[in-house]
Design a binder for this molecule. Structure first.
Ligand SMILES: C[S@@+](CC[C@H](N)C(=O)[O-])C[C@H]1O[C@@H](n2cnc3c(N)ncnc32)[C@H](O)[C@@H]1O
Length: 214
């Protein structure tokens, strides 16, 4: 898989930084609300998580669905993330792979879940189309949304420094508008069925349930 210049998730310290901020805390409230949507609406079949990182969402999903266990596969483009996820949750199926070319047949999963990834990609339509391709019922998204009165800005590389974890890199960041998300889902073969917006400081957060429309 080709490495793109803006994918800096393997920069020194990033895995430790992402891994450090949740084990001591209760589940992040926004992530918990997304998991509510999954718990209510996931029907049958395994769950695929794309851009699974070190396993935060896996943990939230598995704890919530402990009485209704489903198959789970997590996929992430960064080998160091996958290694950490496997070390943390050795019983789970984590794989290295690109969400733009998922190595699965059409409709292989009941649901696809994607948290905190789409705000770091330069486009929306191709990733959503790929998630919708492998889902039979739903795609669940947690992503940054542009505030209603904020101007549209192209994706930009934003420098990030986290001295306590030795992180000094840059990540592509973009905030999508509500309309862009809805249109991209439709273009990819989905229909937005729930769209919740949580007010945030620099950007809002969107919790989105997309139904597969084919
Ligand atoms: C901000 S982290 C979020 C991780 C996890 N979803 C969470 O909420 O904790 C973004 C993740 O997306 C992954 N990622 C970025 N581009 C990707 C791609 N094209 N395919 C698969 N994973 C990707 C990165 O490696 C990183 O682990």
């Amino acid at each position: 898989m080709a490495r793109r210049h803006w994918q800096n998730w393997d920069a020194p310290g990033v895995v430790d930084w992402l891994d450090a901020d949740w084990p001591g805390l209760p589940v992040d409230p926004t992530l918990s609300s997304l998991v509510d949507l999954v718990e209510i609406h996931h029907g049958s079949g395994p769950i695929l998580e794309v851009g699974c990182g070190t396993g935060r969402t896996h943990e939230a999903l598995m704890r919530r669905l402990v009485l209704r266990p489903h198959g789970y596969v997590g996929i992430d483009v960064t080998p160091a993330m996958v290694e950490r996820a496997r070390a943390r949750y050795p019983q789970a199926d984590f794989r290295t792979g690109d969400l733009l070319a998922l190595p699965f047949a059409d409709g292989s999963f009941g649901s696809v879940v994607c948290t905190d990834v789409l705000q770091h990609l330069p486009e929306l339509e191709a990733p959503l189309a790929e998630m919708l391709r492998v889902a039979r019922e739903h795609v669940f998204l947690l992503l940054w949304l542009r505030k209603a009165d904020a101007p549209r800005r192209p994706p930009e590389l934003v420098p990030i420094e986290v001295p306590e974890h030795g992180v000094r890199t840059s990540f592509l960041e973009v905030t999508w508008s509500d309309e862009e998300v809805i249109a991209a889902c439709r273009a990819g073969g989905g229909e937005v069925l729930d769209f919740q917006v949580v007010d945030g400081a620099g950007h809002d957060l969107g919790l989105v349930r997309v139904g597969v429309a084919r």
